[in-house]
Ligand binder design. Structure first.
Ligand SMILES: Nc1ncnc2c1ncn2[C@@H]1O[C@H](COP(=O)(O)OP(=O)(O)OP(=O)(O)O)[C@@H](O)[C@H]1O
Length: 463
């Protein structure tokens, strides 16, 4: 179970080991004994959205470049037959969205019986209410080898406790790996919050875009702006409004046919259309290099969604800007937003601090939970109290607690702040289990020698 901030390079972190594993074991590209046409990949990567599946596929192909490893993609909204024909030629690593995968398995086009590497990207999203039944079906009822017989990797920038608990059903004896402050946004993103009433949002947005420059592009020609709204209808309406106001804008949401979605993304990515209005379909995983500004025209309900949305900028060591329109409807988010901004060294407007205080004990409670859940490599197996525990010595902690597998496996931080966020750059990792490289600037060069039974664990930051 691996957590690292948005834009820090998780795709490579799961693709490379799979490609390496397939190469090491020799690409067999097996077919099902009873049906020569059924593909039996050894690696499976699941993604919550079609666009993200395509992006992972493109990345995985690069990592497998000039090797015998074959990568394929299967996602809904695109012609079934075409994808099947590719699979029939043989595939080692299949990247898929859950719905299309289930369809392919049920039609005997794919079998999971040879899976050795199973990855869920955006795993917390994959295991929330929307996807969990499908994932359970894929993992538990579709011939996939059991958890001990395959390597299972779950990746996300956010990992709430309840989802971790659920995820452990799919894992056996696993390591929790955290790089950076889990669930937090990177301080490469400058976060601004403006108080804007619903009725003023359009004119506020237009002013903001005008101040950015011609056509709403940020700075240089390629500076792109991504505007998040709550609903599909809202996305279309705002796209129309922006077009009528003289901006080049395009909308992307789940009600558009796949070709339109892909066209929108292509035009935005290339800079031909510098403003994209999106629902949460574009909030996770998408890596669009020149997104300079993310605007939360409508704030999401959960702070984790906010973290993923603003994470479309400030990627791969670059800086970015995120602006949120906040009003009375967003009070329940105030406390978590204030905390998040403080943790990322952002200036919090005094009125927002007051909103957080006014929003009352309910959200304070939420915030406390979040704090306990978020930092210091917040492996839920450590228990809720761990965030406030002071670690006087690693051995006393190790003696006091043992998790799941019955092994002692800790990487105890020499010191933690009140969030349980380890201040140290790196520290011991024991034989198995929990590992936390707590500093985003963790030093790859100094991180050798973390002897784990899985081999050494490298934590690479941006410096
Ligand atoms: N070692 C590296 N050096 C430079 N760039 C890198 C490195 N690793 C990854 N990148 C680049 O960083 C960008 C972000 O990577 P990636 O999309 O994998 O992030 P992520 O952690 O999965 O983010 P998210 O949580 O938003 O899905 C990509 O453009 C990728 O090519």
């Amino acid at each position: 179970m691996a957590c690292a901030q948005t834009g820090s390079g998780k795709t490579a972190a799961f693709c490379l080991p799979i490609v390496f594993g397939v190469l090491r074991e020799g690409s067999k590209r097996e077919r099902h004994p009873s049906s020569r046409r059924t593909a039996c990949p050894s690696g499976l990567v699941l993604s919550p959205t079609r666009e993200l599946a395509c992006q992972i596929y493109e990345e995985a192909k690069k990592f497998a470049y000039q090797t015998v490893v074959k990568v394929a993609v299967a996602y809904g909204g695109a012609p079934f037959g075409q994808q099947v024909r590719t699979l029939e030629k043989g595939v080692d690593i299949l990247v898929a969205t859950p719905g299309r995968l289930v369809d392919m398995i049920e039609r005997d086009k794919v079998s999971l019986r040879k899976i050795r590497y199973f990855t869920m990207d955006e795993a917390d999203r994959m295991l929330d209410m929307g996807f969990e039944p499908q994932i359970r079906k894929i993992v538990e009822r579709m011939d996939m080898p059991p958890s001990g017989a395959r390597q299972t990797m779950l990746f996300s920038a956010t990992f709430p406790d309840d989802i971790q608990r659920l995820a452990s059903d799919f894992l056996s004896d696993y390591i929790f790996l955290a790089v950076g402050r889990v669930g937090s946004s990177t301080d490469l993103i400058a976060q601004k919050v403006e108080f804007v009433d619903d009725k003023d949002k359009r004119s506020f947005l237009v002013d903001l875009l005008h101040s950015q420059g011609k056509n709403g592009s940020v700075g240089s020609k390629q500076g792109l702006t991504l505007v998040f709204v709550e609903t599909k209808r809202g996305a279309d309406a705002l796209e129309n409004w922006l077009l009528r106001s003289g901006f080049h804008a395009i909308a992307i949401h789940g009600d558009k046919v796949q070709m339109e979605r892909e066209r929108a993304l292509r035009s935005f990515r290339s800079g031909a259309i510098p403003i994209m209005v999106a629902t949460d379909v574009a909030s996770r995983g998408l890596d669009i290099p020149h997104v300079a500004h993310v605007i939360n025209y409508d704030l999401p309900k959960s702070i984790d969604d906010y973290v993923h949305r603003i994470g479309r900028t400030g990627r791969a060591g670059k800086s970015g800007l995120a602006t949120a329109f906040f009003n009375g409807k967003n009070l329940s988010l105030a406390t978590a937003l204030v905390q998040l901004m403080q943790e990322a060294n952002q200036q919090v407007p005094s009125w927002l601090g007051e909103c957080a205080e006014q929003s009352g004990s309910h959200s304070h409670g939420l915030a406390r939970n979040r704090r306990a859940n978020r930092f210091g490599g917040n492996d839920f197996r450590r228990g809720p109290k761990s965030s406030n525990r002071s670690y006087s010595s690693s051995s006393s902690y190790r003696d006091a607690h043992t998790y799941g597998s019955g092994e002692n496996y800790y990487a105890d931080p020499p010191s933690t702040d009140v969030y349980g966020y380890a201040a140290a750059d790196s520290y011991l990792s024991a034989s198995h289990g929990y590992y936390d490289a707590a500093n985003n600037n963790s030093r790859a060069n100094e991180s050798d020698g973390y002897g784990t039974s899985h081999g050494s664990v490298m934590a690479s930051g941006w410096e």
